[in-house]
Each structure stands twice: as C-alpha cells, then as structure tokens.
Ligand binder design. Structure first.
Ligand SMILES: O=C(O)CCC(=O)C(=O)O
Ligand SMILES: [Fe+2]
Length: 584
C-alpha cells in the first residue's frame, strides 16, 4: 500500500510508523478505533487498508455464531416463554475477544430463527430462516462487510427453504436441500454470487435431503445426510458431493452414521475426510457444534446430557496434536444467568393441585429448562373434576383410568419379587396412594446446545409410566456414566422406577437417572404419570425385605418431606436420595 495515501495517523510519528501501528490493531478494536477521528475511520473502513493488512498477514478468520440475546437485549422485552431474540457473536481466536455484531437493520430485535450463515471474501452472509414473530419462512439475504461494518440486503433467495445445507467457495454461496413452505424435502439447490448479487440454479442432487448439513472440503461441497419427505427425521447415511470444477454431483454411500442429526456437527478431520465433531474428544460428545475457519475449529458441546457446555479451539493441521483448548467465555456470551431469566417467570398456581410452570425448581436451577408443563395432582375423581382445567380434564381422567390396569400389574410383579405376597391397604397407600400427571411440552429449541429439556434426575415416585411421542430426547443413564437414548416410539410407555421404590425395596430396585435433551426442529410432548405414596405416608424399607436379617439402607422418612427436599434442589442426578440414606 502506498503510505502517501494515508498521512499523520498518529501525530508526531512518521506516517509509516503510524500506519504500522494501525495495521497491528486487532480487528475487534476497529470499531472503537474508528470513532477516534475521521482519518482513522476512513483508514479502517477502506478496502486498501484491508488488503494491506492481509498482505502483511494481519487478517485472520473469526468464528461467527448465532446466539441468544445478551442481558441488555433481554431487559428490552425478550423473555422465557416468548422466543428469545438472536444476534451474531464474533469470536476472534487470536485476540481471544468476543463481540456482538450490530443487528441486521430489517430485524433490529433479533434475527430470523434458524437462519443460516456462511462467509467469504471478508463478508458474512445470513440467509433464510423464520420470521421471529410470525414464524413464517423468509428468503432474505443479508451481507455484512467486516471492513465497513455495515449490513446490506442481498437479492432474496429464489424460493423459500429452511434447514438447508450452506457452504461458501470462491465468492459464491451454495444452498441445497432443506424443505419448502409445505415441509417437502428438497433436492434442488442454488448458488449466490456475492459480487454480482445474482442467483443461479444448480443441478439437482440425486434425492431430497431435509436438514442436511453443508461443509466445503477442498474443491468440493458436501451435503451430508438429511432425510426424505416420507422419512421425517430418519437421517440417512449417504451424502452428496458437488465438485466445483465440473459442476456435477456425486453420491457417496455410508458417509454418515444413520439416524444421527448432522446439524452443525459436520467437519473435516486432519486427513481431510468427513467427520462428526462429536467423535473428536469425550469432552464434547453431546449437543456438539463446530465452526471451521481455516485449519482451526471452534467447538461447543458438553460431555454428558445436561452437563454445562464448554467452548474449545482445536487445530486440525497435520502435525498438531488435535487437543481441545478451552476458551474463556465472558458471562454475556455464555448464556443468561438464572436470576435474569427468573425476573420474567410467571408462576400460575390456581390451586396446589394444578400447577403450570417451566422447569422443576426454577429458583434452584442454574439454567432454566426448555419445557413448559401442566402438573395435575390426583387425589380423587371428584376433586379432579372440580379443580382441573376443563380444556383437558376429561381426556386426562380417562387416560388415568385406563392406565390403572398396567400400573397394578406392574406393581404386583415388582413387589412379589420383594417377598410381599399381598398388596393390602397399607401397602396400597405406600405404593400407589397418590398420583401426579404432568403434561410436558418441549418447544422447538433454536439452540439445543445451550440448554436441556430436563436436567439429570430420578423421579420421586414409586413408578413412573411415561407416555412418549415420536420425537425423542429422553436419555437414561447406564453404568459408568454412559447415557442411552430411549428410541422414540409414538404411543409407547417407558416405565421408570422412582426413589420411593428404591427406598421401600431397600435398594433392590434402583431409581433410574434420566434427562431430556431438547430438539432443534420439532416440538415434543411427553406425559408421565407419577405413582406415589400418599404425602402423609412414612416410607422405609418393607419389613418383608429385611426379614432375613438384611440391614436397612434407608431410614423412615415422611414422604412429603422427601418430596419437599427434592424440589428444593436443582437437578443433579440422584443426590437427593441421600436424604433417606442411613450413614454407616
Ligand atoms: O419427557 C420425558 O420423556 C421425561 C419426563 C421426565 O423425566 C419427568 O417429567 O420427570
Ligand atoms: Fe423424570
């Protein structure tokens, strides 16, 4: 760059030196620096200066991610229950700094949900998604120029599509698959030329691919997995590869693990081959997202369902050890603190027996759970008829009546094994003296990696009969902290042993630890019936179990005390059962 073009950047320093200093400013300081004076602003926003920095090796790639609004935005009206508003966060891995981009002028209160990002030539492109208020698909294209720090509106996508694969190569953005306004999976694709602001249609892929994921590897664009319209959610093993040079697609078999959602977790390993970031390191096995920029990858995820997520950098160059380096994340970029969200919580309690809420123990949880629920306590048909909401009372009562036979059968079998020959009146009260039915609703979660549906816990019940739909998200803990995904079968009943039965069986039956992950593309409903002792019952190991001299592992506790203890705590696995344990 001709230094004569820019003079006196820093008074009393020779111009070359002033320019040297300006060139070394990290990108994340440009915004503040450009407010110093007109000359600095003109310099920092000029294309020549960008190429000058690039030539000298002072430009580098940054990671851009869509994140829920920070605190300042929330105080302006976003709250749990409404969809949160989203903005773009930039992480500069060289200066280790985080920054939020100005909002897109058309969406000052938050980006379209599920919009897709791609970047090339120093620009960030945001495409598609759902209008954050009406939830209608939009086909907008917004382009952010990192030099001028300004947004412009690009030519709209030729048709509406959501959940498509996106990739950038040589000044063009490739968009393929996903689904249209009628939820039909698509095999079509388009390419957007950034400098010409022009769309051109691509050849079609060999099949429809809704929710496929895009990644550019070398001179190829991979559209990985996805599913056909008729096989909603059944992610395929194949991928489709577009060769930029020939403009042709090639189908690759067994490219992906069937059934695994590829969203944001697809990348290229050191050998340049397709991989899932979830297979890289045990620290990021769950809800993994990766952003590749050059040979560096930013990865977010957690080691087990419900565990807090971490952000990491990893170098994927040959000769590097591929180890994850943890990134420090300032609070405003790591999710909202619970106190902030709680301000907006509205707990409705028309009666103790009917409760509408979000999370189990919102006061205690670190992160609010992505769930709303209606909880109905059942004492008698009369009371239920009087107090339960009329909108669902008849159906819920009918369902409870029908479930009775399954519950009795199960309890008969279970207690026989404990040498209890008869369920007399006392035992009936202890085993099934009260019921609670919850109607759980887990809305689509735009950032499933930032929260859980329900954190890890066991139920306080004797038994739980849990009705599932076909979305899935329930995990149960096996041995050695290994989590098993319960396959979603619509209408199936999952039976969980609860803490009360663990206590009464003196630990022969163990309550199952479980948790629920949220889904990024579907709403989910589950309906557990918790079969409980009566609140006024005192529970302890059955004398039949202890008859042969076995030592009691649990003391007698008032069931309502146990329940109170449970709901005072944040979800944290099975720790609450310690309340009843006899310490030796
Ligand atoms: O949604 C599910 O499948 C599990 C619900 C659950 O664990 C609960 O409500 O206690
Ligand atoms: Fe549960």
């Amino acid at each position: 760059m001709e230094s004569t073009v820019f003079t006196e950047f820093i008074p009393s320093l020779p111009q070359e030196l002033g320019l040297e200093c300006m060139t070394r400013l990290p990108y994340t300081a440009h915004r503040v620096a450009s407010q110093v004076c007109k000359r600095w602003r003109e310099l920092l926003e000029s294309k020549d200066f960008y190429y000058h920095r690039k030539k000298l090796g002072y430009t580098h790639k940054v990671a851009c991610l869509v994140q829920a609004a920070d605190r300042a935005d929330v105080s302006q009206g976003s709250k749990p229950g409404n969809s949160p508003s989203f903005g773009i966060t930039v992480f500069d891995s060289v200066s280790q700094t985080w920054q939020r981009l100005d909002p897109v002028p058309k969406y000052p209160n938050g980006l379209p949900l599920f919009c897709q990002l791609a970047s090339c030539e120093g620009k960030l492109v945001v495409m598609g998604g759902w209008d954050p208020v009406s939830y209608e698909q939009v086909s907008h294209v917004f382009v952010y120029d990192f030099t001028t720090r300004k947004w412009r509106e690009g030519k709209e996508m030729p048709s509406k599509r959501s959940f498509f694969a996106i990739g950038a190569y040589s000044g063009r953005i490739y968009v393929v698959g996903g689904h249209d306004e009628n939820k039909n999976a698509l095999k079509t694709g388009w390419v957007y030329d950034l400098s010409k602001d022009e769309w051109t249609e691509l050849n079609q892929m060999s099949q429809e691919r809704d929710e496929c994921e895009g990644v550019v590897i070398g001179d190829e664009f991979w559209a990985v997995s996805g599913y056909r319209t008729d096989n909603q959610g059944e992610f395929e093993e194949s991928a489709e590869v577009y060769e930029f040079r020939s403009g042709q697609w090639r189908r690759v078999k067994e490219a992906w693990i069937p059934g695994r959602c590829p969203r944001s977790s697809v990348g290229a390993g050191k050998d340049g081959r397709l991989m899932s970031w979830a297979d890289l390191d045990p620290a990021v096995r769950v809800a993994v997202r990766g952003i590749m920029f050059g040979s560096r990858v930013m990865i977010a995820g957690s080691d087990s369902p419900g565990a807090p997520q971490g952000f990491y950098m990893v170098e994927m160059k040959d000769g590097q050890n591929g180890q994850l380096e943890k990134i420090e994340v300032p609070e405003e970029f790591s999710g909202l603190p619970a106190e902030e969200k709680r301000k907006y919580l509205k707990e409705l309690s028309p009666s103790n027996n009917v409760r509408f809420g979000t999370s189990f123990s919102p006061e205690a949880e670190k992160a609010l759970e992505w769930k709303d629920y209606l909880s109905l306590f059942y004492v008698s048909e009369d009371e239920a008829s009087a107090l339960w909401p009329s909108v669902c009372k008849d159906q819920v009562l009918d369902y409870m009546r029908r479930s009775e036979i399954v519950i009795r059968r199960l309890l008969d079998v279970l207690v026989k094994n404990l040498k209890v020959t008869e369920i007399d009146e006392t035992k009936e009260s202890l085993l099934m003296g009260s019921r609670r039915i919850n109607l759980n609703y887990y809305p689509i979660c735009p950032n499933p990696e930032l929260t859980v549906g329900i954190g890890r816990h066991s139920d306080v019940s004797t038994l739980t009969v849990l009705l599932q739909d076909d979305v899935g998200g329930l995990y149960v803990r096996g041995d050695d902290d290994y989590w098993i995904r319960v396959p979603p079968v619509n209408g199936s009943l999952v039976i969980n042993v609860g803490d009360a039965l663990q206590i009464m069986s003196n630990g022969r039956y163990k309550s199952v630890e479980h948790c629920v992950m949220t889904d990024g593309s579907k709403n989910r409903i589950s309906i557990p019936i918790f079969i409980n002792p009566r609140p006024s019952d005192k529970i302890s190991p059955f004398h039949e179990v202890l008859a042969s001299g076995e030592k009691a592992a649990y003391k007698e506790v008032l069931y309502s005390d146990y329940v109170k203890h449970f709901f005072r705590k944040a979800h944290d696995g099975k720790k609450t059962i310690d309340f009843a344990k006899i310490r030796i």
